[in-house]
Design a binder for this molecule. Structure first.
Ligand code: NAP
Length: 314
């Protein structure tokens, strides 16, 4: 006999997922508190919190839910969930890994090629009518055969490295641990990796341990012919140092899907033509978003029925 549950959805989710969530809870007789509802007394009964990677679950929120036993999050990043606060209370956490890996890796390669070849910048030039007025842009930077450094060597970084093989790029990486089973070379010092690289792609986890790991010094070592791509978390890069490096010509360009204070983008970046700016759309394809939604529902249903998650994090 399954336990009695109450589910709190703390953030708005895609409409189709909200409908499925509501149906899954109704089928199991679990009340569903929608976002914006004041949990009030019901907060005492909430056993499952449904959230997404950007909103997460703070220590304060966890403390307000004394009966909480599971957090089901849409997305793979865990940096906005206070995992220590959850662990202290024995609260289990699920995310939606693997199903988004390929699309995020596709976007990383798209950003890398865009910033190196100046695709978005050339598109802007054509739209302004400058092709007819002053000719095509000057030569850009070659991608094939270049040196690709990855910060992180998890699921997404490995998918990027595999794609880079198709471009005959040489790949090295920096992560907490070396992975001798992989074909790519581990570099113990990020600054030395930046010295070597033509492109540095940030693909590691966010959170305090990686905060500003891409520092002013790392950017300086990447140098005026180096490009930065970030598809991980804005907080991994010192954004102020990045803006300064770009303005001074100390970095060739940057392509960013994530920012330190989303959705705010520094106006200085908007003024630069050698940057590509995206609104955190790494996993945003119909196919991947629907696979993520199904995995979140699988986790929720499994917990409501058996008290176990399908993809527990950590
Ligand atoms: P993953 O498989 O867990 O890989 C995380 C990697 O980060 C691991 O290689 C890990 O190193 C490395 N890492 C963690 N702490 C580090 C540190 N202090 N120094 C150096 N490396 C460190 O995660 P994933 O599925 O590849 O996802 C990576 C990140 O991408 C997520 O955490 C998320 O924030 C971001 N993401 C962004 C989007 C988007 O829309 N732009 C979408 C999905 C995910 P070890 O291997 O040594 O442990």
């Amino acid at each position: 006999m399954s336990a009695i549950h109450c589910v709190l959805q703390s953030v708005p989710l895609p409409p189709a997922l909200e409908q499925q969530l509501s149906a899954a809870c109704a089928q199991r007789g679990a009340p569903l508190l929608p976002p914006g509802s004041d949990p009030g007394d019901s907060g005492d009964h909430v056993t499952v919190l449904v959230t997404h990677a950007s909103a997460g679950a703070s220590a304060d929120m966890i403390a307000q839910l004394p009966a909480l036993r599971a957090i089901c999050s849409l997305g793979v990043g865990l940096d906005a969930i206070d995992l220590d606060a959850a662990a202290r209370r024995g609260i289990v956490v699920s995310n939606t890994p693997d199903v988004l890996t390929e699309c995020v890796a596709d976007l990383a390669m798209g950003l890398l090629i865009d910033v190196a070849r100046g695709i978005s910048a050339a598109d802007r030039l054509v739209r302004r009518g400058d092709w007819a007025r002053s000719g095509p842009p000057g030569p850009a930077t070659r991608v094939s055969g270049k040196r690709l450094a990855l910060l992180g060597m998890g699921r997404i970084a490995q998918a990027i490295a595999t794609r880079a093989g198709g471009f005959r790029m040489e790949v090295r990486y920096h992560s907490r641990s070396a992975k001798p089973e992989l074909a790519w070379r581990h570099e113990a010092a990020l600054a030395q990796l930046a010295d070597w690289a033509d492109f540095l792609v940030v693909a590691c986890a966010g959170g305090p341990a990686t905060h500003h790991l891409v520092s002013a010094q790392v950017l300086q070592r990447l140098g005026p012919r180096g490009f930065l791509v970030n598809i991980a978390r804005g907080c991994v890069v010192d954004q102020t140092a990045l803006v300064a490096a770009l303005q001074q010509g100390a970095l060739a360009g940057a392509a960013l899907d994530v920012f330190e204070d989303e959705p705010r983008v520094p106006p200085e970046l908007l003024a630069l033509d050698n940057v590509v700016l995206l609104p955190h759309v790494g996993s945003a394809t119909r196919e991947t978003r629907s696979a993520m939604a199904l995995l979140l529902l699988d986790n929720l249903q499994s917990f409501l029925e058996h008290g176990e998650l399908v993809t527990p994090a950590g």
